[in-house]
Write a protein that binds this ligand. Sequence first.
Ligand SMILES: C[S@@+](CC[C@H](N)C(=O)[O-])C[C@H]1O[C@@H](n2cnc3c(N)ncnc32)[C@H](O)[C@@H]1O
Length: 225
Amino acid sequence: MNQLDYWNSIATTKAFTADFKLEIFRARVPKDAQVLDVGCGYGRIMAKLWAEGYRHLTGLDPAHNLIRRGQSLFPHLRLLHQNNPDVLDVPGSSVDAVLLCGVLTCVVQDDAQQRLVNEIYRVLKPGGNVYCSDFLLNDDERNLERYQRFAARHGTFGVFELPEGALLRHHAEPHIHRLFAAFLPDCYETVVFPTMNGHTSRGFYLMAFKPGPGTGAKAKTDPAG
Ligand SMILES: C[S@@+](CC[C@H](N)C(=O)[O-])C[C@H]1O[C@@H](n2cnc3c(N)ncnc32)[C@H](O)[C@@H]1O
């Protein structure tokens, strides 16, 4: 199944569940910030930010049906269909903060994930923040069995298929830190998230900066060279 077909097919039936750490975000991002939600789904996190007083919010998602659901639930939000999932149709160095919540789990290949994170780096202003949360590898029998079953087919331990057609990934922690190596780390915590299918999974949230004036240090790798 085409993965976009999957996300379109569940658009009216699934609720996305991973907690958003509002207090962590609010402490670092002022209310007048330009915030971009990449893979915004039906806009549930943007709706929380709107309720907090954030007004400069844009959400992008490649699944038409999720955008439509969000536009009908939250007509006051700016939710836009993203034509090309590999490119953020946003000028470089133009946003103050980017959200990337539960998106890496459905962009399973290392190189596609890194391209997405590099796009986030490009669109952030120097000194801007990224907030990312996603799923980590679990060590229970049900998960280990499916990681092993699908590792040969997909080439990565932690990638698995759901019977209804979704291809998803749970991540090793060092992989997450490598993806964000160009950023300056700010906070990182592991948590347990509810999943959209009624289970729980280990997960993380992180905040990190794009280096810039006032951030006081250079990151190890600049993806722009
Ligand atoms: C689990 S949902 C999370 C939605 C939202 N961030 C939330 O937490 O409520 C994953 C979202 O990623 C979107 N997505 C899938 N592939 C993507 C890509 N390459 N770039 C951006 N978003 C993508 C899906 O359409 C879906 O809306």
